[in-house]
Design a protein around this ligand. Sequence first.
Ligand code: ADP
Ligand code: MG
Length: 305
Amino acid sequence: MSLLRVTNLTKKFGKFTALDGVNMEVNKGEVFGFIGPNGAGKSTTIRVLLGILKATEGEVKIFGKDAWKSAVDIHKRIAYVPGDVNLWPNLTGGEVIDLFVKLRGGNNKNRREELIRKFDLDPSKKCRTYSKGNRQKVALVAAFSSDADLYILDEPTSGLDPLMEQVFQECVMDAKNEGKSVLLSSHILSEVEKLCDRVGIIRQGKIIETGTLSELRHLTRTNLLVETKQPMTSLSELKGVHDIEEKEQGLSFQVDTEEMDNVMKHISQYGIVKLESAPPKLEDLFMRHYDGTDTTANRGVGGVS
Ligand code: ADP
Ligand code: MG
């Protein structure tokens, strides 16, 4: 069941088209990763979802309701964390958390205390004294203490240290295990890779890929380290082989996953002594998209596809 559906969303700021026909769907119980470089249109999309910005064209529905017209109703059931949290300077962190949780009609004191402890937050300080990371923690504690159906998180971990990143990931998994839905925008791929059931990749206002991680991985490369009895020749001429490097332990290179079979047949002729493979990373897929075109032309060594 889809909780959130964006159909053909276009958003223009004057003559500038920030979003150009975006389609996106988040299902119940799903963690959806919304990834793309800075300026791609993630926050703009999210602001339209929240009813802060009005779509120029297209349809945006959350819980089956129009995001712009029914914003008040929708907000009762969503929790939102932005990447740059601004808080009331004169309230303490604890007061702000209570305020947010009350607004959403939640009332789970235990969860609040547990999260404050886990995030190692001092809730008695005035917000004006908090660092960026601490303001981020306040917003995260408030969001995950709320009993929302949909969590909309816009690069929520910018400013958190790695330990807290771990706590954040546990919170997302807890929400998922309770059957909640999460829209997580990020440019940290390892985060998305760990948490998300499906991802959508946005670039210059357009969704360029959507799918499960395994669906997207077929577009990626596997890293291999191979040692052979006879020296491997003509590897660089093989289709789908990239970034060949001579290492002490053998040759290291990347292989387009769809060319793996051919490449393995080729290298086995030389007598494989040792073979190590590292699973494809979302980063690799992302790099191909970041380069501009979907080719490998400017990746350097062996960048021919
Ligand atoms: P992201 O969150 O993916 O980094 P944004 O959605 O913030 O990207 O921005 C997408 C593009 O829209 C950027 O080029 C940005 O400069 C532009 N943009 C965002 N908000 C406005 C605005 N209020 N007025 C004009 N341009 C904007
Ligand atoms: Mg943004």
